[in-house]
Ligand binder design. Structure first.
Ligand code: CA
Length: 229
């Protein structure tokens, strides 16, 4: 499995439903983080950095609506798409009316196929490279489906790690990534790699991007990490 596998956070208090979602999302190639209540979900948000959140409305204590509100209030999670699940369509109407900021709504019992399609639709927004789309930044074009990268029309040769690094940067231009965040995203969470390895591969990526000239689009942010642009 690739390290840049997109992560879906499932928030559902009913264990059987949570496992059905986990099973089906994993079968679609997602990494799944699962929380049984809202408090746990809010903690996992920071640890897991999900790309899409599937959030049940009916949760003990903190309701799905309140969790959604908090997700959409925090600057660092505001952009993460939230799909709310609800048992009744009247509830969906209320969610809409409450302006919780949810990005999509699905009524239970839902068709798994439909829910998977909606998760993928949200992913195309939050993780375009992981969804196999084409990304552009300045004169650089990255085609996530064919794994080709061109700069000013000329094809660049990138190793697999440099390709994943570049797609991570191109999905969120301007975002400063720490070395640890890049390790998690590009190498995977379960692999121990020294953070200096990141610097080595950033060096290779810079060299590959500059092989036909053009400025260095990568920025070293002292004490913080790296950013594109
Ligand atoms: Ca529930």
């Amino acid at each position: 499995m690739s390290a840049d596998q997109p992560t879906v956070l499932v928030v559902e208090d009913e264990a059987s439903q949570r496992e059905v979602l986990r099973y089906n999302l994993e079968a679609e190639g997602f990494r799944v983080a699962a929380a049984g209540n809202g408090e746990e979900a809010l903690v996992m948000l920071d640890e897991e950095e999900p790309d899409v959140i599937v959030l049940d409305w009916m949760l003990p204590n903190l309701s799905g609506i309140e969790v959604c509100r908090q997700i959409k209030t925090r600057p660092e999670t505001r952009g993460v798409p939230v799909i709310m699940l609800s048992a009744r369509s009247e509830e969906i109407d209320r969610i809409r009316g409450l302006e919780t900021g949810a990005d999509d709504y699905v009524v239970k019992p839902y068709s798994l196929r439909e829910l998977m399609a909606r998760v993928k639709a949200q992913l195309r927004r939050s993780r375009p490279a992981a969804a196999g789309l084409r990304l552009e930044y300045d004169d650089i074009i990255l085609d996530a489906e064919t794994h080709r990268v061109t700069r000013d029309g000329q094809e660049l040769k990138l190793g697999p790690t440099e390709f994943r690094l570049l797609s991570t940067f191109m999905e969120k231009p301007g975002r400063v990534w720490s070395r640890e965040q890049l390790l998690d995203r590009v190498w995977g969470r379960d692999i121990y790699v020294d953070t200096r390895t990141v610097d080595v591969h950033i060096g290779r990526l810079r060299k590959a991007l500059g092989v036909y000239g053009g400025g260095d689009p990568l920025r070293t942010v002292r004490g913080a990490g790296y950013a594109l642009g």
